[in-house]
Design a binder for this molecule. Sequence first.
Ligand code: DQQ
Length: 584
Amino acid sequence: MEICCKFIRALLCYLPIIFTTLGGAMASHKVYPGYPSNSTVKVKQVYRTSYHFQPKKHWINDPNAPMYYKGYYHFFCQYNPKGAVWGNIVWAHSVSTDMINWKWLKPALTPSKWFDKYGCWSGSATILPGDKPVILYTGVIKENPEPGYQVQNYAIPTNYSDPYLQNWVKPNINNPILNPTQENVSSFRDPSTAWFINGYWKMLVGSRHNDRGIAYMYKSKDFVKWTRAKHPFHDKPGTGMWECPDFYPLSSPGVRNGLETYTLGKDHTKYVFKVSLDETRYDYYTIGEYDVVNERYHPDNITVDGWAGLRYDYGNLYASKTFFDPVKKRRILWGWCNESSTTEEDIAKGWAGIELIPRMVWLDPSGKQLLQWPIHELETLRGQKKNIRNMKLNKGDSMEIKGITAAQVDVDVSFTFSSLSKAEAYDRNWDKFPREDVAKDICGIKGATAQGGVGPFGILALASKNLEEYTPVFFRVFKTHVKTYKVLMCSDATLSSKNMNEYKPSFGGFVDVDLADKRLSLRSLIDHSVVESFGEGGKTVITSRVYPKLAVAGDAHLHVFNNGTETIVVEKLHAWSMKRALMN
Ligand code: DQQ
């Protein structure tokens, strides 16, 4: 009886957790009858971003095949050329010399063959010896069973001397290179970048068997005839369809240089394995080891495998993909950021979806997680600057940062405090639930206004003049029963807009930080309808999409605030008005 009551009490107490997990980003295979080909007549400018990647109009989703070739960064993504909802999927193609300013080219892949008649879905690039790029992608050959009958294909450039790689051919011979097995015809997609080891090319394809998420490994001697390895490369019961698997080697802890994908399996001890879970629409990664002999991946037991695990972003990022940048010797992560507006609003806007600022990723000195940071090229857009030093924020203070374009800004701030003694108590029961849900839920329940001890403190992004609307990004410090500290980072869209229709979640993630120096840092890239925030040098990253009604363009404001009893000092704050990027 007691057990039963405890269970019901726990359930009641944690009901919000259960509900908040159901509201994630919209599925990208949802078909909107009639809408996918409703071409946009007039694009609404109000929520368009000024320095995040987006096309002139219509829908985009997953990043595909990012690569560097003959002086240009190439970026492809899933694109509907005919409307602002998912459908008619082709590969949009843009080139850039800095991954910030982009030139739009004609689509690289469009449905044109029997083996991709109903869509050219996600895939990756592999650079073959002799600097020869090849694309592996998913072709949809029949509409049924939903979301489509899937095969894997390859495409190659028609002219290797064209640095823009404007024309691609999908050879009739040997395509499709992979067919699904009977049981996974509609859950077999998103080939990874391939790597070469012991005489074989290897690649991964996302799949599932009932509710078991699977990444299958395929191998080939010639890149054309592929066979499936005996066992799945990695799998996990209860996680559903694994989309867009990504696998890459890591340099030693703390080393920022990345490694080529083709060096996989050679002399490295640690690897990242990432999947995009269709059921939650978030990207999860583990750090682990690659057993080359048995062709399997084993996550370290310090990282949790599945949806209670580590995420690149505790907010709105999905279907990400990395590549190795040979010029600057770094691994770069691209992630899709869906809209939080309704389908009707997207159609009225005439566009949907952005790509987040490319991030450098490397292994944290602890070896337990990744660090992420916006590529330094973004700084070329920094304009007018505002600096603040040693400004005190007592309980209830909120100070406006004036003299910058608050709707289009890059703000980097470090906060200090002199004591942790006032930190709020951490409820041990919270740990019984998946880590990400607890974080999200505490952020939602307490928000930025419920008074705390050390925190909540942080910034108010996209705030209206009288604070009717704002998106707070902030920290709250908790003390556990064993007298350690837990730092929670939140990005809360609940009060971001007077519009009641949108999805306005309060996202949260814990920050694994030693508070010995009593300092926490936050960098936020604020761009009209997106707030992309990096806590503590990129240990925890959270992105929110927001659509203010009042805090728009010149009417947007930026504040720093503190609602904790412990006084917080803004030790250093730099805020730069951002210039517009050349965008497609
Ligand atoms: N989007 C693509 C699929 C992929 C999904 C279709 C992930 O290939 O699994 O647009 O968002």
